[in-house]
Each structure stands twice: as C-alpha cells, then as structure tokens.
Design a protein around this ligand. Sequence first.
Ligand code: BES
Ligand code: ZN
Ligand code: ZN
Length: 503
Amino acid sequence: MSVRVSFIKNYSKNKKLLVVLLDDSLKLYGDILSIDKKSKGIISRAIRNKSFAGKNKETLSFLTLNITNVVEIILYGIGSSANLDEDKIERIGGNLFSIIPDKIKNMAITLKSFKSLNVSDVDFAIHLAQGFCLRSYSFNKYKSKSKPKFVSDLQSLEVIVDNPNVVKNKYVALNALKDGVFLTRNLVSEPPNILNPITLSKEVLKLRNEGIEVQVLNLTQIKKLKMGALIGVAQGSNNEPRLVTMRWRANKKSKSKPDICFVGKGVTFDTGGISIKQSNGMEDMKYDMAGAGVVIGLMKALAKRKAKVDVCAVVGLVENMPSGKAQRPSDVVTSFSGHTIEVINTDAEGRLVLADAVSYGIKKFNPKKLIDLATLTGAVIVTLGNKRAGLFSNDDDLANNISYAGEKTGEKLWRLPVGPEYDEDIKSEIADMKNVGSGRGAGSTAGAKFIQQFVSDIPWAHIDIAGVTWSKSNSDLFPSGATAFGVRMLNSYVKKFLEKTKK
Ligand code: BES
Ligand code: ZN
Ligand code: ZN
C-alpha cells in the first residue's frame, strides 16, 4: 500500500506529527515563524538548545504539549538550499520518509515555511512528495503473520503549501509515474512460482484499462511466426512462453510510425538451462524479467499521464529451465529474422529472447527508434557495479539523450562500446553467429553486439540493467529489493525528447 498524499493550505487539526524542513540558514518563515512566536519560541529555542544546524539529514524532534495542535514536531535539515534540482529534492523526500517513526499513521509537512532558491515552490512540493512516496514502497503481500516490523503504519501525508490547486494539478503526472514504478517493483518482486510467462502476460492485459493496446501471442502463434531463438530458450520449461506487444498513442487515429519501441527481456526465471548456474545466488534469477518489468511499468506511466507520444513495446516472456526437452549447448536455431544462431551457452538466453522480440517489434511496428532493456550479463556488474547501468548504442544523439535523462533522474548510465571492432567476437564456425563472445573479455559488449544483429539500421540503444535492478540495501528512493531502475529515466527521456509539446 502506498501513502496517500494531499496538498492543502492549512493542516487539519490534531496532527500527530508536523515536519518542518529547514536549510542551513535556519531562517524561519511564514507559518513556522508565527507558530514559533505564538509558542514563545518553541522552535527557535529547540534549535538553539540542541545546536541544530540544518545539515542534510539532521533531525531534531520534540513534543509540543499541544501548543500548535500537533503532538510532535520534527525539524528536518536539508543542508544548503542553493542548487537544488528535482533529483535532489526527491532524495530529500525519500530520506525524510525513512526517519518517520514506524507507528505514525498520519502526518503533515509544511512547505509554507520553506523557500528554495532555484526551484519553484510548486516543483519543490511535488518532487518532495514524489520522493517520499517512492521510498515508502513495500512488498509484503506474502507475510501472513502480523505486519512486519519494517513496514511503516503511515497512511496519509498532508503537504501544506500556499497554492494547493496548482500543486495538485502538476502532481498528477508524477503520481502516474509512481504508479508505473510501483507496478514494475511489484512484478519484479513476485516469486517465479507465481509469476511465469502466462501470468505475467495476464498482468500486461490489465493495461488495456489504461487505454494501452495489448496483444498476447501464445506458443502456437510464436511457432507459426518461426521465432526459433525464443522457442529454443522456452522449450525446456513446462510453462509456455508468451510474446506481448503494447502500444500507447495519444492520438489513436495517427497513421505515422511510432516514435519509439521499447523491448524488454522477460525471463521469469533463469536457471541457466543445461549450462546450469551454480545454486548459490540462483534465487536472484527471479528478477531476470526486470527488463520486461520496466517496459510494462513505463507503458503504464506514459498512458496514465496521457503522454503525447506514440510508443510501442514488446516483451519476450520465457522461463529458462533444464529438462529432457531443453536446448543443448551447440544446438543451432533459426531466429524470426532468418539469421541462424549457434547456442554455445544456454545461460546466454536473454539475447536469444531479445533477438526475436527486437526483430518482431521492428517488423510489426516499424518504429523510428528502439531501446531494449535487459538483465543481460554478469559482466556489466563487474564493470559498473550497482551504481550505473551499461549503455550501448549505434547512435550518438540517442545515447546522449538517454544519458542526459539518466543524470537528471539519478538513474545513471555509462556508455560502453559496441563498434565493428567487436564483430568477430560472435562469429560462429557453423552458423551466422554464436550467442557468446570468444572468451576474450568484454562480455557485456558481446551481448550488445549480438542484439545489434537484429536491429537493422534504426537508432538503437541497449541498456544492461543486471547490476542496478535489485538492491540488497535501502537507498534514498527505494527500500531494498526491486528498484524499477529505468522507468523514471525513460519517462524523463520521452518527456524531454519525444513528446509533442502544445504550441
Ligand atoms: N540473467 C543472466 C545475467 C545476470 C547475472 C543478471 C547476474 C543479473 C545478475 C544472464 O542470462 C546470464 O546468465 N548471462 C551469462 C552470459 C554468459 C553465459 C555469456 C553471464 O553473464 O554469465
Ligand atoms: Zn542466463
Ligand atoms: Zn538471464
């Protein structure tokens, strides 16, 4: 469940908790100044007596003895209020959530007392609330006993602002984005006995309610289309694969090409297949569908906020299992595009799924650009750890624009090479290509190089999210677990570079 946010002019009476943001100038304004005066300096005295300096993340809480209709006040420091931007403000909101005592059910935060130097009051309010909500996520549906300790009781947040109606209007789009992020986190968190290709495809069908066109291809249809690469991965599993396409267009009558196609790797569990993984850590492979999860959440966000774009998407949903029917290392398969592939390692399955999903997306929709997302390689974790995702692209403009959106949202990328100097890495003796590199390192590039074979020549970017999609520790904007890395970054990319703005 997520926190209900409302924006109002004056807090409703008898709030348990009022949060007051203070920067390191410690200046009290408006509302807070008058509370302070009326209460004989309850706030200024607390600041002085406890040497509160307003440093980032500094907190000071005290009981008010009902002087101001609130039981408790928390002063929350944000450091310098110069050079704030959307990302910084969201992180302040997220960190603020993390210090709210678990038992609090409802609270207020006043922004009337706060002046940011380079961000408007409206933007400050919506991004603060957004960060707070993003951090408040929890996935606890499988806890059968009493509520787990780490889940907060907080149900509602009142944000006190000067112009609530303007703020509310502008918050609608961010709330839609949050819904998309939470959908992605929910999907990625589901265990693989619940979320398989079929159940995941049913989740996507629900997006029809948002005005998204959804089509699900079943095994018979996939076979008819001769998607040999995707089928090869799926054939070891008792759970049938699905290929799902989506389209969101603001103008349903538009006859032009989609602005972009998003493609996601949706391996609902990756055992490695016959090239089986070691058991230690294999449980992590439930999140091997995160590329698809991000694409699905992103589509929901775009539709919910009625983005003025024409966007299509494809997710390839399979389970990679070993069995008597599973594909073998050295099998040769023929992809939807007609290219033949020697399967050297059945654990390099994501690129096989993407090969068919990417070429199908291009054939069906003829998009202007294409971005694929995948938890593709362990090698990208060696290269970039869990701070940045790997970016590979055949187009500098596209790469620069996505990178910009990454810096803006804090979902950062780092570009890695995929040039012709790596062509020979995936050459095969027997087929058009093989599904792994030649053991000379650059494992993530080999994966990208492979996908590139299916992209024709439109601007394309591949984002390897293996290291960033799941976090073992809490962060400013998410608790440990599924991060939904990519949804906010790509939403921002669409907004800045693809949306037709009203003229
Ligand atoms: N799903 C994995 C990649 C992965 C590893 C994602 C760790 C998240 C965390 C992928 O299918 C895989 O197994 N890749 C192999 C490729 C290799 C066989 C060329 C890898 O990275 O080891
Ligand atoms: Zn694998
Ligand atoms: Zn995988």
